[in-house]
Design a protein around this ligand. Structure first.
Ligand SMILES: CC(=O)N[C@H]1[C@@H](OP(=O)(O)OP(=O)(O)OC[C@H]2O[C@@H](n3ccc(=O)[nH]c3=O)[C@H](O)[C@@H]2O)O[C@H](CO)[C@@H](O)[C@@H]1O
Ligand SMILES: C=C(OP(=O)(O)O)C(=O)O
Length: 421
């Protein structure tokens, strides 16, 4: 397994281009199943999860052409397999997103219950409840969600909690249903808006995306479209945390600062000076960070996917920060590893109390999930001495060439490939 070797202490200075958002690209790739016409996508991040999704779709019969490093065309004219097997689905939560499209276009689907980051139980009961409300016959059999329907019928669906992929799955199912579907208590994440924008280009009739009430009027068929994936707000936030921890100044290009309000507010509170244009962000840090507490909630509040990275920043801050993780019950796996580097963090249930220390010291640590890995990178960049991060395959699920991007702004970071490791 690859490792990352970081020698901490370098200030970061320079420019980084932000990639397309993983969490927008994954549902959008699955949306290609909704039409027999080609869907062309630009700004698709080169990530392990994207490769896994493409393999999954390819196995179903979707023809995929790589048009460039970050551009791809998907043609789902000849889909022959309406199943998502365990071996592909086990590593990736987002694979559940083939369920809605397969069911609504082909009338059946068999999808293994998904895996993904081990950050909590992550059931898919709301996806199932919503599809059942649209008229699907749906059951769990031998670890698979098995669904059948003739044509889905529009309904009012109110999910018990706000769910991102749940909203996406139901929105995709509803676009080809007969009549009107209203999704109440819908998630408002920018990645949902991006998916809705693609679906509208394909001929879907959707209103209210970006709010908690999405209204979808079903159509008979969708057609091809071209779409550019929105910038990854979590990747951008991660790089800003890195410069917050090391000091220096970076400019992020191809960013979407309008999707990052809560993240940028917190970093400013931590002492970072931030300037933004429509698609760029300049972040500079010339002081020790100040401790910043926060609570994770659904968008537009502070995202759970940035919790670990801002916690890493807090470990070297002046003062004490109280963090509350409200979305996932087991998303503090990085705490123990940060502790190996000298961080002082106490956990009580959903609450973490971080007491800043003036210096972390490099250590060998283990990445346990995607954003936990990112937090260890940030800590390693700020620490004294060498840090080795093991099991970075988690990082590769969600960050495109992270070590190259960080090296380009002055970080001392290198990948030790499996054969050398
Ligand atoms: C691929 C993708 O976009 N992943 C993101 C998505 O995950 P994901 O869509 O899996 O997260 P959800 O928004 O669905 O989960 C929110 C909460 O609802 C619970 N829940 C969800 C669905 C359900 O049927 N039943 C249920 O109980 C979950 O366990 C969790 O506690 O949103 C999360 C919350 O912003 C992010 O951390 C993930 O990066
Ligand atoms: C938790 C995440 O991903 P996933 O939902 O794909 O596991 C994430 O992107 O931080």
């Amino acid at each position: 397994m690859d490792k990352l070797l970081i020698t901490g202490g370098n200030r970061l200075n320079g420019e980084i281009t932000v990639s397309g958002a993983k969490n927008a690209a994954l549902p959008i790739l699955c949306a290609s199943l909704l039409t027999a016409d080609p869907i062309s996508l630009d700004n698709v991040p080169a990530l392990k999860d994207i490769g896994t999704t493409q393999r999954l779709l390819g196995q179903m019969g979707v023809r995929i052409t790589q048009d460039g490093e970050n551009s791809v065309t998907l043609d789902a004219r000849h889909v022959h397999t309406l199943e998502a097997p365990y071996d592909l689905v086990k590593t990736m939560r987002a694979s559940i997103l083939v369920l809605g499209p397969l069911l609504t276009r082909f009338g059946q689907a068999r999808v293994s219950l998904p895996g993904g980051c081990a950050i909590g139980q992550r059931p898919v009961d709301q996806h199932i409840k919503g599809l059942a409300a649209l008229g699907a016959e749906i059951s769990i059999e031998h670890g698979f969600v098995v669904a059948k329907a003739s044509r889905l019928k529009g309904a009012v669906i109110r999910t018990d909690m706000v769910t991102v992929t749940g909203t996406e799955n139901l929105m995709m199912a509803a676009v080809l249903a007969e009549g009107q579907t209203v999704l109440e208590n819908a998630a408002r994440e920018p990645e949902i808006t991006d998916l809705a924008e693609l679906l509208i280009k394909m001929g879907a009739r959707i209103q209210g995306h970006g709010t908690d009430r999405i209204v979808i009027d079903g159509v008979e068929a969708l057609h091809g479209a071209r779409h550019t994936i929105v910038a990854d707000r979590i990747e951008a936030g991660t790089f800003l945390c890195a410069v917050g921890a090391t000091g220096g100044e970076i400019v992020l290009r191809n960013a979407a600062p309008d999707t990052m309000g809560a993240i940028l507010d917190k970093l400013q509170e931590a002492g970072m000076s931030i300037e933004c244009g429509s698609d760029w962000i300049r972040g500079s840090m010339n002081q020790r960070p100040k401790a910043v507490g926060f609570r994770t909630y659904e968008y537009p509040a502070f995202p759970t996917d940035m919790q670990a990275q801002v916690m890493a920043l807090n470990t070297i801050a002046e003062g004490t920060a109280v963090i509350v993780e409200n979305i996932f019950e087991n998303r503090y796996m990085h705490v123990q590893e940060l502790g190996r580097m000298g961080a002082k963090i106490d956990i009580d249930g959903h609450t973490a109390v971080v007491t800043g220390t003036s210096k972390l010291s490099g250590a060998t640590v283990m990445a346990t999930d995607l954003r936990a890995s990112a937090s260890l990178v940030i800590a390693g960049l700020a620490a004294i001495g060498d840090t080795t991060i093991e099991r970075i395959y988690h990082l590769d699920r969600g960050y495109e060439r992270m070590e190259h991007k960080l090296r380009s702004v002055g970080a001392n970071i290198q990948r030790i490939a499996r054969e050398q490791a």
